[in-house]
Structure formats: structure tokens, C-alpha cells
Ligand binder design. Structure first.
Ligand SMILES: *[C@@H]1O[C@H](CO)[C@@H](O)[C@H](O)[C@H]1NC(C)=O
Length: 271
């Protein structure tokens, strides 16, 4: 019983030894495979790590600097009015030299119906008469004005002259249409549109403080971009209505009124 048992045990051991040999070669390959897999994983780790790091970095960059993909236009009102009188050819040339994206031109009409790049305020500086208005003067009187001894270039360009210089050198032209006495809005929309058409200004945007003028322009032309102005009403002190003009594609907002909510509402309306 004992002897048999021992033989069996011995047999078992010898079986065990061959089993061990087999399992040792088996575990060698297993180990090798394990090490190879481990090495592969270790090798994969840095690219995976940097992939996620880079993705997070891009997300953060997009959140912080996403606006850089669609940056705001830099617009020079009246050209570069720090270096020259606003709305003179010199002011426009300075602005073009600084590579602005956009120039805003003030548009006023003389008593005989010529459109000038001129603001009443600047007319008063040039003429030295604090009550003069563009609408009271004839085009030849405006052309004769000269204050070069005081301001350097003070020659007042017509809108045609201004557009000829600017329109193809900037991304956007804004015509800020002024309504003044004695003719006010009468025929003004038509006059402005005819100059825009004549000069083939495809990047001209027209806006005005006068809603009735802006509405007239929308009514007369479907392809010119028209905007209205949101500001503080000087008589009531309240903000003028934010969404108020059908067909307008742009809103000019007085800068202290701009906040995130207002921009969201306007963008929601595709403005
Ligand atoms: C100033 O302008 C007003 C309005 O156009 C005019 O009535 C007045 O005669 C002008 N004054 C002078 C000194 O030219």
C-alpha cells in the first residue's frame, strides 16, 4: 500500500516535473507577451496623455480666444481723426495706412442736394460759425471752405470722392446718414442709394439715427445692408427699443449699453 502509494507519488512527481518544464516554457512566452504588452502600453501612454492635454489646451484656447477666428472689425469713425480733421481725405488716408478693417463716413446733404462726408460739428469747426448746418449751405459754399491755416487739410470731400478712395481698400464702409434742416429726410434715402449704386459700393452699410430714413432705405433697396441705432433717448433717458426694425441687418449700439445679454438677444435675431 505504502510502496504503491510512493510509486504513484514518484510518478506524480515525474509527471509534475514534465508539467513544470512545460509550464516554465509556457510562462516564459506568457511573461514575454506580458512584457511586450506592457511596453506597448508604456509607449502608448505619452501620446495618449499629450493627445488629451492638447485637446484640453485647444478647448481652453477656443473658450478664451475663439473670437480670434472671427475677430471684430476695427472701424475708424471719420477716418483717423487723431491725425487729421475727421472725414477729410487725410484722415481717411491715415486710417488706410494703419490698415483698419472699416471706415465710418458721416453723410450730410447740402441745400442743393449734394452728399458730403461731413458732420455739422466739423463744419462748425471749419467755418468758425457755431450755428452753421450742412443743410443750410450750397455745395459750392461747402467746397470753398478752407481752414488749412488752422487744421491742415480741411477740404471737405463729397461722398463720391470718399467712396472712391476708401471702398475697395477696407472690408466695410459705414455710411452714417445725418438728417438735417431744412430738407430733413425728404428724398434723402434715394440720394444716398444713388451714390452707393453709382460708386458700386458692395461693402457699404447705411445706418442712421433716424428710423424713418433707415426704413425708407430698406423699402427702396433690398441689397444694401441697413442698420438702426440703439442709444439712450435724450428726452426720456431710457434705452431706445432694441428690436424694432424689420429688414434691418445691423444694429449700432451706443457702447455703454452693450452687455452679454444684449449681444445674445441681437445674435439670436441674426443681427
Ligand atoms: C452762421 O450760420 C448761420 C446759419 O447758417 C447764419 O444764419 C449766420 O449768418 C452765420 N454767421 C456768420 C457770421 O456767417
Amino acid at each position: 500500500m505504502y510502496g504503491k502509494g510512493r510509486r504513484q507519488q514518484l510518478q506524480g512527481r515525474s509527471n509534475g516535473a514534465s508539467l513544470f518544464r512545460f509550464s516554465s516554457s509556457f510562462s516564459f512566452y506568457k511573461r514575454l507577451r506580458f512584457i511586450l504588452v506592457l511596453l506597448a502600453l508604456v509607449a502608448l501612454l505619452p501620446p495618449v496623455f499629450f493627445h488629451f492635454r492638447l485637446r484640453r489646451f485647444h478647448q481652453m484656447q477656443l473658450r478664451r480666444c475663439g473670437w480670434l477666428n472671427n475677430p471684430p472689425l476695427v472701424c475708424a469713425h471719420g477716418g483717423d481723426s487723431t491725425n487729421a480733421l475727421p472725414n477729410t481725405m487725410s484722415a481717411y488716408n491715415f486710417a488706410l495706412r494703419s490698415q483698419v478693417d472699416c471706415i465710418e463716413i458721416d453723410v450730410s446733404r447740402s441745400s442743393d442736394g449734394v452728399l458730403f462726408a461731413l458732420h455739422d460739428r466739423d463744419l462748425q469747426r471749419i467755418s468758425g460759425n457755431s450755428t452753421s448746418k450742412v443743410g443750410d449751405l450750397r455745395s459750392n459754399e461747402i467746397k470753398e471752405l478752407d481752414a488749412s491755416h488752422q487744421f491742415g487739410d480741411s477740404k471737405i470731400p463729397t461722398i463720391e470722392d470718399a467712396l472712391r478712395l476708401i471702398s475697395r481698400s477696407v472690408r466695410q464702409v459705414i455710411l452714417d446718414a445725418k438728417v438735417g434742416p431744412p430738407s430733413y429726410e425728404k428724398g434723402l434715402a434715394k440720394d444716398i442709394l444713388s451714390v452707393v449704386e453709382k460708386m458700386q459700393c458692395k461693402n457699404c452699410l447705411i445706418w442712421a439715427k433716424s428710423d424713418s430714413l433707415a426704413r425708407d432705405i430698406i423699402k427702396l433697396s433690398s441689397d444694401v445692408m441697413v442698420g438702426y441705432i440703439v442709444m439712450v433717448d435724450p428726452s426720456t433717458g431710457a434705452r431706445t427699443n432694441l428690436l424694432r426694425m424689420k429688414g434691418a441687418r445691423v444694429v449700432g449700439v451706443y457702447h455703454p449699453l452693450i452687455d452679454e445679454r444684449l449681444v445674445k438677444v441681437l445674435h439670436g435675431m441674426q443681427l
